[in-house]
Design a protein around this ligand. Structure first.
Ligand SMILES: Cc1ncc(COP(=O)(O)O)c(C=O)c1O
Length: 356
């Protein structure tokens, strides 16, 4: 596959960040992007262009009806200067599942992967070096046809942009506070919860902002039917530890994003000898666990935040503190093991890493 590449004159290249510790999540973008259009039923010529604004019809279907999907991945820089992708084939698979759910064409996995590798190779210098920092990857597909009427677009744009990022939570690897949403829900059975589509996130903004204003980092979503069982957090899946057994919500309801960090945590925890149960936990059980101390640990798991210890859940007007607001041993062990594989500090025993 031939990917054409723009040559950007030296004086048009962006000024790079000077201190990667000051990088805020998702606010800086690199010089280039990967692009390919879907027109007349086929994917056209893939190319690397300058990172620049898109020209869209005001009536574009992505803008009017939300036909828009994306992925979230990271490239981690190793000591030797390689860029490590973590299980990228899972992102591609999930992207194409989201595409199917949103009546969009699938992207050829080879085009996605080759486009990503070519872009990363050109933008290598933008990758931060510190553990906890990375080059965040945002593959996106939008319906670009300009027309009103609720039908799928007949034209699409697939693109990949890159953002050098620091830690997702400014406080770094420290326990976070979570607001449990009692009134609003994220996804109902039969809806789009398991797809990474823009509307799921748009619908979460209002309550997310409310939680942030009150001093909470994320929102925990409960199931739509009973408003009782824990599902996931805004940008992470969530795990609870009782009696050295890890619990996380099952995926069968189709209301939860099947995180690849979640899948990796389950595998690593099993290999460490822990039992992992994919079972619905109710808020009642969790509150009880914080009171009688049987709830040992709680952590979020996702690409953006990696592993995030949870120190407090705010539910029914009260703050429920977990493990004295300290990071637990299992959370720490899983975090370190994951980071070690991602940054190439240890050999990857699973074959999860693809180096560029
Ligand atoms: C709603 C939601 N849940 C969970 C996750 C974690 O998924 P992953 O581990 O694949 O990043 C994400 C990540 O983007 C998310 O948006």
């Amino acid at each position: 596959m031939e990917i054409s590449k723009v040559t950007i004159p030296e004086n048009e290249l962006k000024e790079k960040y000077t201190d990667e510790k000051l990088l805020e999540f998702g606010k800086t973008f690199t010089d280039r992007m990967f692009k390919i259009e879907f027109i007349n039923g086929e994917w056209k010529k893939p190319r690397i262009t300058k990172y620049s604004p898109l020209t869209l019809e005001p009536s574009a279907i992505a803008l009017q009806y939300g036909q828009s999907i994306f992925e979230g991945q990271k490239a981690y820089r190793t000591k030797e200067g390689k860029l490590n992708l973590f299980r990228p084939e899972m992102n591609i698979q999930r992207f194409n599942k989201s595409a199917k759910r949103m009546a969009m064409p699938e992207v050829d996995p080879e085009i996605y992967m080759e486009g990503l590798k070519t872009l990363l190779d050109l933008e290598r210098e933008w990758t931060p070096k510190n553990i906890g920092s990375a080059l965040y990857i945002r593959p996106t597909m939008i319906g670009t046809q300009g027309r009103l009427g609720v039908v799928p677009s007949n034209e699409y744009l697939f693109y990949i942009i890159l953002a050098p990022v620091g830690p997702y939570f400014p406080e770094g690897f420290k326990p976070i506070k979570i607001w449990v949403s009692e009134r609003y829900i994220r996804a109902a059975p039969g809806g789009t919860g398991s797809a990474k589509t823009a509307g799921n996130y748009g619908a979460s903004l209002m309550i997310g902002q409310k939680a942030l204003k009150k001093g909470y980092n994320q929102v925990l979503w409960l199931d739509a039917i009973h408003k009782k069982y824990v599902e996931e957090v805004g940008a992470m899946n969530i795990f609870f530890v009782y009696n050295d057994i890890l619990y996380t919500a099952p995926l069968e309801s189709g209301t939860i994003l099947p995180g690849l960090t979640r899948a990796s945590v389950i595998q690593m925890a099993n290999d460490f000898g822990y039992t992992v149960k994919e079972e619905a936990l109710s808020m009642e059980e969790i509150v009880m666990g914080t009171k009688d101390g049987t709830l040992q640990e709680c952590f979020g798991a996702g690409t953006a935040a990696s592993i995030a210890p949870v120190g407090c859940l705010r539910y029914q007007g009260k703050e429920h503190i977990i493990n004295d607001f300290k990071t637990g041993g299992i959370t720490q062990k899983i975090y370190s093991s994951l980071i070690d594989i991602q940054y190439g500090i240890v050999d990857d025993p699973y074959g999860w890493i693809v180096s560029v």
